[in-house]
Design a protein around this ligand. Structure first.
Ligand code: ADP
Ligand code: MG
Length: 254
């Protein structure tokens, strides 16, 4: 085995300019396979832009991205998804009138080659029902499988989104602020959920809640103004003076 197989995701000198403004600046990131890796930093640090680069939604101005040993720089989002990378978004985008079961069935079907041909076939969708129910169970929505998504509570919608990305069975999962806007109960549920779904895969997540970061992350990368300020275990970055000054200090006094 070559050493690269132990690295799920690597960026080298990754840079994104928007009309002269550098949102992501020469970022060298390395995420070990199987790790839960947190990306933290103040608003505007470039975290979401970095996710958009990693998933092909934006193309880099310069630098490279390697996923599971393969150079994916410049590939389209569908091509990167094909390499086993899936992401969740900061903003919810569910169909109000479809229930969680239907959402997950469609997500499962979209992975198959038949997906395009038989998009509306009830009978074929039925093939995915058992797996869809398993995924709803995983995210704690088994009892709400038949409720229109528009009627779900905020935390339940976020859990459904998690089931939708899990339907893609990604090797590398990117979660952008999975606990944003949640109360303490939903936050704790999400911590447990991320732990469960991280088994056998690599997770990179952005979160402002240091309790979430501290309880989940094997390693933490701190971004500030597009650059990597620090990288290490949670304990290491917490103890880093520059990090305390730039970010964690503020958070811990909040
Ligand atoms: P974070 O997710 O860490 O809060 P973002 O990646 O969303 O930060 O944004 C980083 C910086 O890049 C911000 O200053 C933001 O205004 C800027 N930015 C993000 N997307 C664009 C864009 N499409 N065009 C211009 N500026 C952008
Ligand atoms: Mg963001």
């Amino acid at each position: 085995m070559t050493p690269t197989t132990d690295v799920a995701l690597r960026t080298s000198g990754l840079t994104k300019n928007f009309r002269g403004f550098t949102a992501v600046n020469a970022v060298d990131l390395e995420v070990a396979r199987g790790d839960i890796h947190a990306l933290v930093g103040p608003n505007g640090a470039g975290k979401t832009t970095l996710f958009n680069l990693l998933t092909g939604f934006l193309s880099p101005t310069s630098g490279t991205i390697t996923i599971l040993g393969e150079d994916v720089t410049g590939l389209q989002p569908e091509q990167i998804a094909h390499k086993g990378v899936a992401r969740s978004f900061q903003i919810t985008s569910l169909f109000e009138n479809l229930n969680p079961l239907e959402h997950v069935e469609l997500a499962l079907q979209s992975r198959t080659t038949q997906g395009r041909k038989f998009w509306r076939s009830e009978r074929l969708l039925g093939r995915f029902t058992a797996r869809a129910r398993e995924l709803l169970d995983l995210v704690g929505l088994a009892d709400l499988a038949d409720k229109p998504a528009g009627l779900l509570a905020y935390g339940q919608k976020r859990a459904l989104e998690m089931a939708l990305v899990m339907a893609l069975d990604p090797q590398v999962l990117l979660l952008d602020e999975p606990t944003a806007g949640m109360g303490i109960e939903d936050v704790n549920r999400t911590i447990e959920l991320v732990r469960r779904i991280a088994e056998g895969r690599t997770v990179v997540f952005v979160d402002h809640n240091m309790t979430v970061v501290g309880s989940l992350a094997d390693r933490v990368t701190v971004l500030q103004q597009g650059r990597v300020l620090a990288e290490g275990t949670y304990a290491e970055v917490r103890a880093d003076e520059r990090v305390v000054t730039a970010y964690l200090g503020e958070a811990s006094h909040a």
